[in-house]
Design a protein around this ligand. Sequence first.
Ligand code: ADP
Ligand code: ZN
Ligand code: ZN
Length: 734
Amino acid sequence: MIGRTNSRYVRVAVIAPVHGLFDYRLDDDTSAMPGCRVRVPFGRRRLIAIVVECPATIDFADERLRTVEAVLDAQPLLAAADIDFLRWVAGYYHHPVGEVIATALPLRLRKHDDASLPGESGWRLTEAGAARAPGPPGRAPRQADVLRWLHARAGHQATGSELRAALPGCAPTVRALQRHGWVVAVELPPRQDAQVHADFPQLNAEQAAALAALQSQSGFAVTLLDGVTGSGKTEVYLRAAAAVVARGRSVLLLVPEISLTPQLHARCRERLGDTVRVLHSGMSDGEREQVWHRMRLGLSRVLLGTRSAVFAPLPDLGLIVVDEEHDPSYKQTEGFRYSARDMAVVRGQRADCAVLLGTATPSLESLRHALDGRYRHLHLRRRAGGARRPRVALVDVRDQPLQCGVGDTLLARVGDVLGRGEQVMLFLNRRGFAPVLSCFSCGWLSDCPRCDARQTLHRASHLLWCHHCGAQRRVPKVCPECGAAELHPLGQGTEQLEGFLATRFADVPLIRVDRDATARRGSLERQLERLHASDAALLVGTQMLAKGHHFPRVTLVGVLDADGGLFSADFRAAERMAQLLVQVAGRAGRGERPGTVLIQTRYPDHPLLHTLARDGYDAFARQALAERAAASMPPYSHQALLRADATRLEDALAFVEAAATVAHAQRVAGVDLWGPVPAPMTRRAGRHRVHLLLQAGQREPLHRQLRALVKDLGALPQARRVRWSVDVDPIDLY
Ligand code: ADP
Ligand code: ZN
Ligand code: ZN
């Protein structure tokens, strides 16, 4: 517990990319507690820092100690348990602790700003309004509704958001009432959200068993809720969350992407009420800060958020849910590289609460824990609405002519299904028109000037566009090398596929779902309404199809190219591909008619693909796990990647070479070192990238090695010409 201390010293984490903690003296007339922000002199700068300890004595000569310039918070912003957790996280990822703590703070509070929770704007009845409220509606029934609703509330008042939620579209009416002098705008103090007692649907037997199992244990336990898409996992989360909220405790519900949150948010609010708040990067800083304070103070109890919400302050945490736990977007892949899924488990352990990992396609990491008995493994094998699972078949396209990547077999089936007035979804995980543009006369290819990669042709926008660094240029009219008049696109992207299908099936509505086609806000929703309103329809898209949305009237799913995942240099590619295929397939066919999934491949005998198609994801995953075990790959070993990049390849190589020498000299037994090796895509955005891979059977020696290494790296003379970072548990080696 934090108490005011008499200590004259504080130990702080500065919000800057520096490792370690620093001690300062407090002036006699000031005091600070762990969790408060302070402003301190640091070198020649002034920085904001967070107090993490108040040591009674320090072993530093007193006169060399600098003094805290200002204490910014009278009360701690973060609880002691939160600070302990964040310090642990910084140690695990070997990342500067101040930057880790900053991740847990709203943007404004990382600076010198006031940290009090502002009130909420709202409306209150005036005396005249209150007198009028019980009267007959007269000629303005909308106004009467608002008056009556406010009159029934305690204090005759409500926040703007409560009013809008209860009486949607009432804003003009409220303004009219204000003109009449019947309501006034007021600032209301922040209040605890009320609990609601909503009706839940009757759980089916599998759901009920899962919920009972989940609730049979108290304290920390991790459960892998392994349930096919549409089996009612979300319903189980909501039930479990409601029980936790009813006990006055907090719930953290993590989701991989913003695009998933609107529907889920609505569903959560329906069941759990206003106490559900969202936190994601699409919100304004002010909105985020408001939510952060409400959670911190326990005024709201359910936080629905993306990745960084795992660090939000949540008192009395009673449950953490990680939805779609396999999703790679839980891993932050630049700067402070953490896995929100993994940190959710650690946080649950520290808070001694239940952690629920839900997915239709478990990550091999989580599956291994489940098979080893460290996680409880619960299954939901049937779709909740009773819809049947789709049939999956491989289509050998080795001897088939392909038209725009679509073979005869698939094309014929598409025609049949559309002819029956049903819908088709075609999945091609490549946006743009073609992955490369080429000259047949001289062999020129549309290389990215800044990466070891090609620029993708986007024909509609007349651009060559690198999907790795974003570099763009106009499509050249003639070959930039030899001046030949004609350039040829090679391969297909969704833009091209859309064009082909539009000619081939001209009388059927066609919708493309990818980043380019849905860039404008709301355009996807409008497109999907068109889909839900029609019978026969074609849907074409990238992995965006795998997320969030449901297409109940789709009865045929075609996967154009499954081979990319089979022979990739990335050992996780097959797992990713399988997850993606199963997720895409799972979005379809929730109606009465059963669906079919056709997967085009040139390797129909590939054991993993074969197992996936014949026996499903579960069998696939066990086979893939056996392969990982045989090769001592994660999750049967642990990795960390030292990444360095520089404008010159020699500089990056020299640094990693020096780092490898240091690491070898430190001789930590049980850690294998691989490198320096150039990254698979060596040049990216104009920088050359070189890696040192560290791998170990046990975590302990790996972390011992990393601690020693990170301590020495900054002092290497070669470090001045590179940017470097450590990626613990990397999810790819690119
Ligand atoms: P998942 O999260 O596993 O994809 P959902 O919880 O979204 O599944 O459930 C899929 C659909 O089935 C939703 O429309 C949901 O409202 C419905 N559903 C889930 N459980 C039940 C139930 N016990 N009774 C009736 N409908 C249910
Ligand atoms: Zn040419
Ligand atoms: Zn590029």
